[in-house]
Design a protein around this ligand. Structure first.
Ligand SMILES: NC(=O)C1=CN([C@@H]2O[C@H](COP(=O)(O)OP(=O)(O)OC[C@H]3O[C@@H](n4cnc5c(N)ncnc54)[C@H](O)[C@@H]3O)[C@@H](O)[C@H]2O)C=CC1
Ligand SMILES: CC(C)CC(=O)C(=O)O
Ligand SMILES: [Mg+2]
Length: 356
């Protein structure tokens, strides 16, 4: 089985190194090949998603991805910016279904900024559509406004759009995921304002007819953001568009104690996938050896479960992470008085040692 390892920028190489060590410690024969991506791809070959990196990703059975981006690239023209690499991988590989499970480990109840009783026992799943919406819509750009009160003035514009097929397929993924859990699905939209999301709501409602055993409700995204911090345990599975899912999943990350705890799986229709933490390249802490590698390690566990058909190995990693947290080891982002502060490498070491 071949795994493409794409560490990327910032903390990416630090956290991916730990996930790779955990994978290597499982005793399986994984073939791993590393390639530059993001700013590292740009430095290596003048493009954030070099052809060879894309080919490696296509050929591999699964992809382990760190993060891309650094402020120093923010003035490059958009096609050359590091973020285009992850957007390009998602689009090229048709990774339309993004699973972001937000689970609060009991030991981290005090690490969340929310009261323990609000978050204890939290186990929700955000399913984010990943290859459509305003992140990919055309036309886009900066132009002279063709009409309206600011006619002739420069304006920035993007296009929000969703094709019926895109909504149907993510809705099926979400109903099927909900069916395996508590059979409750919340579709998050902005149908009160946006045509795209009225259409989204209508199609999700139609698809629901095929899943009468799943209870569906609809919620506007502004309310959903509020409910996520007010009473997050009322949710079970949330399905939403690309941009709303991006924003809501960062908010949900804080329910788990830190964004450094939120893994993700991005899947195509055949469960080929890219696995990455939900956070970015964290340039503010890059190179300091203090980043939390657990979201990436847990993403590797998702890879074993979803793409590599090794659920027992995924369970070993999940159990090792739990035991390390139970031992009181904490990176800075989840540190509390009375626990033991460790760096990225020591956290990786501890997970490797805890594998059994
Ligand atoms: N999939 C990807 O590659 C993504 C890339 N980005 C890019 O990352 C760069 C930084 O973006 P930001 O908005 O700052 O978001 P970010 O997620 O990188 O960081 C936000 C905050 O969370 C902290 N943080 C993130 N991951 C952490 C970890 N594992 N352990 C401890 N603390 C952690 C950071 O130190 C920072 O204070 C930008 O260039 C952005 O475009 C952002 C999101 C996803
Ligand atoms: C480049 C961004 C769209 C990445 C991001 O924020 C995410 O996937 O969460
Ligand atoms: Mg994001």
């Amino acid at each position: 089985m071949k795994i493409a390892i794409l560490p990327g920028d910032g903390i990416g190489p630090e956290i991916v190194a730990e996930a790779v060590r955990v994978l290597q410690a499982l005793g399986e024969q994984f073939e791993m090949e590393t390639a530059p991506v993001g700013g590292a791809g740009y430095e290596a070959s003048g493009h954030p998603l070099p052809d060879a990196t894309l080919q490696l990703a296509k050929d591999a059975d699964a992809i382990l991805f760190g993060a891309v981006g650094d402020w120093k690239y923010d003035t490059l023209e958009r096609p050359l910016r590091p973020e285009q690499a992850i957007l390009g991988l998602r689009k090229n590989l048709n990774l339309f279904a993004n699973f972001r499970p937000a689970i609060l480990y009991p030991e981290l109840a005090g690490a969340s900024t929310l009261k323990p009783e609000v978050v204890s026992g939290l186990d929700i799943l955000i399913i984010r559509e990943l290859t459509g919406d305003i992140y990919f819509g055309h036309p886009r750009g900066v132009r002279l406004a063709p009409d309206g009160p600011f006619k002739g003035e420069r304006e920035g514009f993007d296009t929000m759009r969703y094709a019926e097929t895109e909504i149907r397929r993510i809705a099926h993924v979400a109903f099927q995921a909900a069916r395996k859990r508590s059979k409750r699905l919340t579709s998050v939209d902005k149908a009160n304002v946006l045509e795209t999301f009225q259409f989204w709501k209508d199609i999700v409602t139609e698809v629901h007819q095929e899943y009468p055993d799943v209870a569906l409700d609809h919620m506007y995204v502004d309310n959903a953001a509020m409910q996520l911090v007010r009473a997050p345990k009322k949710f079970d599975v949330i399905v939403t568009g690309n941009m709303f899912g991006d924003i809501l999943s960062d908010a949900a990350a804080m329910l788990t104690g830190s964004i450094g705890m939120l893994p993700s799986a991005s899947l195509d229709a055949n469960n080929k996938g890219l696995y990455e933490p939900s956070h970015g390249s964290a340039p503010d802490i890059a190179g300091k050896g203090i980043a939390n590698p657990l979201a990436t390690i847990l993403s590797a566990a998702m890879m074993l479960r979803f793409s590599l058909n090794k659920p027992e190995q995924a369970d070993r990693i999940d159990a090792a992470v739990k035991s390390v947290l139970a031992r009181g080891l904490r990176t800075a982002d989840i540190y509390e008085a009375g626990t033991t502060l460790v760096g990225t490498r020591a956290m990786g070491d501890a997970v490797v040692e805890a594998l059994n």
